[in-house]
Design a protein around this ligand. Structure first.
Ligand code: NCD
Ligand code: ZN
Ligand code: ZN
Length: 425
């Protein structure tokens, strides 16, 4: 009968950003009581001394790299990085080696995640075998094995016919299609956004169109099938326009945006440095503004990090050869709290909803709420603590971030998953 009593935390009330001092009693894996001056003689007491208590964050776009690329990250190191960043549930993408395209790989990931005992891990299954785009995986078997959704993240599904059939089958099984939107014929070896930075440095650009064209295509295909269609890491203003139009017709389309696309644009790239290389790339100033507006008006549903660890050696290969991707789990909340909430663009409540309540709700997951009877997935944050981002402190194997040295406030200090303390500063 494990009981934990969190004393003197501060939680969001029914509305607004005012914080209320409350105690929270956890019994086994559930929140049993939230109130003032709770007394329980059996419970282990943790005094939170006024720190902010949030429902645990949910990140539906993470690369854990295992099996196959354990030099970049493992399920264990990734799950550790997650809980340090305040994430209690993470969904992991299938671009591993082997790809998550068989029930064996799903079982391996679930068992390693359980052994790690940190964040809850929800594997996505590949849409196509080896993510080659030519043959569908066995959706039914993968669903049975425990996948959370289908995605070929890392590459776009090039064939419209393959995507259409995938949506039809996924709809029948009640599985969402989570799409990395990229038309290979339009990208042609680009390494950064087709814009000012590419022009200045003579680099091949990746046009916004390479993303938007897939979103437009897929919205039409999804309309026809009624599947839940989700857009990964949306980055361009034209893409936002398409999602907004689909939503206005009541179509079940959702979209996520990363912290880096919200906070950075191509003009911020200081130099030809691979720690600023990710897919989709940092786009123009107007794109960043469109993403923020879309997050505020609900066109974009939530935030996901697209945590994509790579080694220092790989990133040292130079901007043209280095792999795409940056880490995000351990910096997301402090970066967004400091640069979007402290600046007055978003409220703390909105940020918590975008990082916890909404991702859970949109995908029907029973998490993301701090309420009696709910699963005890809880993140405690010191909103005052200021710290400069230092990759050396990361629990992730990946140190690849463009945010080195950024002074940020709002660091998680305690994370509880399923009623168990899994991380403490
Ligand atoms: N986002 C990235 O830049 N890279 C991701 C792949 C992906 O999310 O498409 C990776 O796996 O490294
Ligand atoms: Zn992707
Ligand atoms: Zn990704």
């Amino acid at each position: 009968m494990a009981k934990i009593l969190l004393k003197n935390g501060r939680i969001l009330g029914a509305e607004g950003d005012e914080l209320l001092t409350r105690d929270i009693l956890i019994h086994e894996n559930q929140i049993e009581q939230i109130g003032e001056n709770i007394v329980d003689s059996e419970a282990a007491i943790i005094d939170l001394a006024g720190k902010f208590v949030s429902p645990g964050f949910v990140d539906l776009h993470v690369h854990l790299r295992e099996p196959g690329y354990t030099h970049k990250e493992t399920i264990e190191t990734g799950a550790n990085a997650a809980v340090r960043g305040g994430f209690t549930t993470i969904a992991c993408m299938p671009n591993t080696r082997p790809v998550i395209d068989t029930i064996e790989v799903v079982a391996e990931i679930l068992s390693k995640a359980k052994a790690a005992g940190k964040a809850r891990v929800l594997p996505l299954g590949a849409i196509t075998t080896r993510q080659l785009g030519t043959e569908h995986t066995d959706f039914e078997a993968l669903k049975e094995a425990g996948i959370f959704a289908l995605s070929d993240d890392g590459v776009g599904v090039q064939s419209s016919q393959m995507m259409r059939e995938a949506m039809r089958k996924a709809k029948k099984l009640g599985l969402p299609i989570v799409a990395h939107c990229e038309d290979d014929t339009l990208v042609k070896g680009g390494v950064v956004h087709e814009g000012t930075f590419a022009a200045k440095h003579g680099l091949t650009g990746m046009p916004s169109l390479s993303e938007s064209i897939h979103i437009g295509r897929d919205i039409l295909l999804a309309e026809d099938t009624g599947v839940h269609y989700h857009v990964c890491h949306i980055s361009a203003k034209e893409s936002v326009r398409l999602v907004r139009e689909a939503k206005s017709r009541g179509q079940q389309v959702t979209a996520e945006v990363t912290p880096h696309h919200l906070l950075l644009c191509e003009e911020d790239i200081p130099d030809v440095d691979a720690n600023w290389k990710m897919n989709p790339p940092l786009r123009a100033k107007e794109d960043r503004a469109a993403l923020i507006a879309a997050l505020l008006d609900g066109t974009i549903d939530f935030i996901a990090t697209d945590h994509a660890p790579h080694t220092e050696e790989e990133k040292a290969a130079g901007i043209e050869l280095a792999p795409f991707g940056i880490v995000g789990l351990e910096t997301a909340f402090p970066l967004l709290y400091t640069n979007l909430v402290k600046t007055g663009q978003f409220t703390l409540r909105q940020l918590v909803e975008l990082m916890s309540t909404k991702p859970a709700k949109r995908f029907n997951l029973p998490y993301g709420e701090l309420a009696v009877g709910k699963v005890a997935d809880i993140t405690v944050i010191d909103l005052e603590q200021e710290q400069a981002i230092d990759p050396k402190s990361f629990l992730s194997k990946g140190k690849n971030t463009p945010f080195v040295g950024w002074k940020t406030q709002g660091w998680p200090t305690l994370t509880i998953v399923d009623g168990k303390v899994v991380w403490k500063a």
